[in-house]
Ligand binder design. Structure first.
Ligand SMILES: Nc1nc2c(ncn2[C@@H]2O[C@H](COP(=O)(O)OP(=O)(O)OP(=O)(O)O)[C@@H](O)[C@H]2O)c(=O)[nH]1
Ligand SMILES: [Mg+2]
Length: 205
């Protein structure tokens, strides 16, 4: 799928304030700093579309993007941001769970996991929660360009994450290997989205 149009629609503090839409929607979620905004920019081919930062906790609201006039990408604020108050964390959980469970046109969530670092407890907890709330999701391994040792090094890191998740689940959802630096995974992710969009269009006829 070619991206011919990508534009920022707006930032919203809660599900209730999000614009109503019947277009298929895909959301990026994952630990703070995992690379959600970077992935969005890489996929759309628009460098500054979503704000990227070295400081975790950059994205704090639900950020909507219009893609090709027919579907949406949503950049969600990350979890696991250490310097956050309990009140704010609670508000985040409420906002995210409300969005994930009640957004009617949300087709699939992309849970991003940093493949450069060992499996993180908070990611495992989040994936376990995703499984419990029955929201369709796939996994995207990010920052694979940072891993040393070529394909072997990359596979070793990913295997470690998979093994951790497989302690809780018999099988894992679809997974994508990505790097926003060298555009790894772009074609696979866009074609996955395209297939779902086509399927939905067909069902609506
Ligand atoms: N090497 C490398 N660095 C990356 C990649 N993706 C993101 N980064 C870097 O990781 C940092 C965080 O990236 P963001 O895209 O802002 O992460 P985020 O998940 O949106 O973070 P929050 O909005 O704070 O939740 C930035 O310094 C990026 O340049 C990648 O694929 N490879
Ligand atoms: Mg961000």
């Amino acid at each position: 799928m070619e991206i011919t149009y990508a534009n920022f629609i707006g930032s919203y503090p809660s599900l209730n304030s999000c614009p109503k839409s019947k277009q298929p929607e895909y959301a990026f979620i994952g630990r703070s700093n995992v690379g959600k905004s970077s992935l969005l920019n890489m996929l759309t081919g628009r460098k500054g579309l979503a704000k990227v930062s070295n400081t975790p906790g950059k994205t704090q609201t639900i950020n909507y993007f219009q893609i090709n006039e027919t579907w949406h990408l949503v950049d969600l604020p990350g979890y696991g941001y250490a310097r956050i108050s309990k009140t704010k964390r609670f508000a985040w959980e409420k906002m995210i769970s409300n969005y994930l469970q009640n957004r009617p046109n949300l087709v699939c969530a992309f849970v991003l996991l940093d493949a450069y670092i060992p499996p993180q407890e908070i990611d495992v907890e989040f994936i376990n929660w995703m499984g419990q709330i029955h929201v369709p999701y796939v996994i995207v391994y990010t920052k694979t360009d940072r891993i040393r040792g070529g394909e072997e090094g990359r596979d070793k890191n990913i295997k470690a994450i998979q093994n951790e998740l497989l302690k809780y689940w018999n099988e894992l959802p679809q997974q994508f290997i990505s790097s926003s630096n060298d555009k790894t995974g772009r074609d696979e992710i866009l074609s996955f989205i395209n297939d779902l969009n086509e399927q939905i269009k067909h069902e609506q006829k």
